[in-house]
Design a protein around this ligand. Structure first.
Ligand code: BES
Ligand code: MN
Ligand code: ZN
Length: 492
């Protein structure tokens, strides 16, 4: 779908659908007033009949008459009043419009934004509209025929006053790039684990880099990793026929700054290993590579937007399987950092792959390092499915990430990383154990990672509760690509 920005007379345009807005206080935008005039009071009649719920994002249809060049009109409530419409309201509205316009046989639509949210920055507005439509139009079809509810929308025109075209169009371009990155991450997450293996992830990274000259990729195989001493990472893939891959993707935009390094957990399937998981819902452990997918999605969005930033993505990709060569509880391995680890539970594998990737990150002299991982079920218990868990050894970095999450409407919530929790990781047989007991499970997991991040500013995002939806609309969300892109662009 293509989004264009220009100044149009909404009721004089030939299109499948026009969209006009009004407010809960029953004031009409200029476009709604025009529609009301050409339909001899049609909009006011809708209000009098009570057919439009006066809450942001609620819509009602009007069918056009023979004299009108447009086929239908969609009337949308934008929020409580012209002055009070928020970015959240506009996000709800954009999402509702994407849903409504794709529910019918509509190929082209025109949304008149004049007077809709004049006090909001055009750039933010354009970005959130493009993101909402871009995300809504994604459908998974790799291993399934498209359904007949597949959206038909090919073109969305946004109409705005001449002087406001430029910022709105810039925002649209940004939001379009972001949606591409988010949908790329969703697609990788959704692909079945017999397709999306560590090798497949490496191929996808190479494929992505082919499309953008500022992206470069290097893949380390198991032999190269063994040479570097990454025996913690390799202990996870030991039981699998699929070899582990360390995928390094660098985006060098126009800047001379030290890179932001993003480290993604890429467990393409997590059976738990010898500490086998129960069968119920185990298929969802195909999503255990969503941290890795979010790193690739973020790089895709930044490269697509030609952002003036420097970002290195490191993906620790492996499959966690039981088998005769698999790591056993009680095994002790030496990590690349030199610290020995007693593996008490092979299902706490995310931290085992991440710790070596984090040590590897040192060589990039990073400005900051952020890891993204579906790390603990305990994080889902603590925060549910709304907030990503955030831990950091630097409060300024934590604050910047929280703020980015708020701006992107992809929120995180900080949890403590106090020394009090470190004792839980003591081992009689190694420098550190890989589990710290049931209580505070996401905190002790973060404490484990903190042992490998002493040389740089670091934050950890636990996306176990936010990376995918279960149930009827099972599927990857693409979170936290929005947060990460927003954070990186804000550093530029
Ligand atoms: N990938 C899981 C975490 C997970 C579980 C994410 C459920 C989302 C939903 C991770 O590798 C894991 O198995 N963690 C264990 C750690 C435990 C053994 C200390 C967990 O959370 O149970
Ligand atoms: Mn696990
Ligand atoms: Zn896992």
């Amino acid at each position: 779908m293509e989004i264009t920005v220009k100044t149009l007379d909404v009721t004089q345009t030939k299109t499948d659908c026009i969209v006009v807005g009004l407010f809960a206080d029953k004031t009409l935008t200029p476009g709604a007033a025009k529609l009301n005039a050409v339909t001899e009071g049609g909009v006011v009649r809708l209000l009098d009949l009570g057919d439009l719920t006066l809450k942001a994002g609620h819509t009602a249809w009007l069918t056009a008459g023979p004299k009108q060049p447009f086929s239908r009109a969609l009337v949308v409530c934008l929020g409580s009043s012209a002055k009070a419409v928020s970015l959240q309201d506009m996000t709800a509205t954009a999402g509702a419009l994407a849903r409504a316009t794709t529910s019918k046989n509509i190929k082209q639509a025109l949304w008149d934004l004049d007077g809709a949210a004049d006090h909001l920055a055009g750039e933010q507005l354009g970005a959130l509209i493009a993101e909402a439509f871009g995300k809504h139009l994604y459908r998974y079809t790799a291993t399934k025929k498209p359904t007949d509810t597949a959206p038909k929308l090919e073109k969305l025109s946004l109409s705005i006053a001449k002087g406001k075209i430029k910022p709105l169009a810039q925002g649209v371009a940004q939001g379009t790039s972001l949606a591409k990155g988010i949908n790329f991450a969703r697609e990788l997450g959704n692909l079945p684990p017999n397709i999306c293996t560590p090798t497949y992830l490496a191929e996808q990274a190479k494929q992505l880099a082919k499309g953008y000259p500022a992206l470069s990729v290097k893949v380390l195989d198991e032999k190269a990793m063994a040479k570097l001493g990454m025996h913690s990472l390799l202990s996870v893939s030991a039981g699998s026929a699929q070899p582990a891959q360390l995928i390094v993707v660098e985006y060098q935009g126009k800047t001379s700054k030290q890179p932001v390094v993003l480290v993604g957990k890429g467990i393409t399937f997590d059976t738990g290993g010898i500490s086998l998981k129960p069968g119920q819902g185990m298929d969802e452990m195909k999503f255990d590579m969503c941290g890795a997918a979010s790193v690739l999605g973020t790089l895709a969005a930044l490269a697509d937007a030609k952002a003036p930033v420097h970002v290195v993505g490191i993906i620790a990709a492996a499959e966690n399987m039981p088998g005769s060569r698999a790591t056993k509880p009680g095994d002790v391995v030496t990590s690349m950092s030199g610290q020995t680890i007693e593996i008490l539970n092979t299902d706490a594998e995310g931290r085992l792959v991440l710790c070596d990737a984090l040590t590897y990150a040192e060589r990039f002299k990073p400005k900051v390092v952020i890891d993204i991982a579906t790390l603990t079920g305990a994080c889902v218990v603590a925060l549910g499915h709304h907030a990503t868990g955030l831990f950091a050894n630097d409060q300024a970095l934590a604050d910047a990430l929280l703020a980015a999450g708020n701006r992107a409407q992809d929120r995180a919530w900080q949890l403590p990383l106090w020394d009090d929790y470190q004792k839980g990781l003591d081992s009689n047989f190694a420098d550190i154990a890989n589990i710290g007991g049931r209580e505070g499970g996401s905190i002790t997991a973060a404490c484990f990672l903190s042992r490998f991040t002493k040389k740089f500013k670091w934050a950890h995002l636990d996306i176990a509760g936010t990376a995918w939806h279960s149930g009827g609309n099972k599927g990857a969300t693409g979170r936290p690509v929005g947060l990460l892109v927003n954070y990186v662009l804000n550093q530029a």
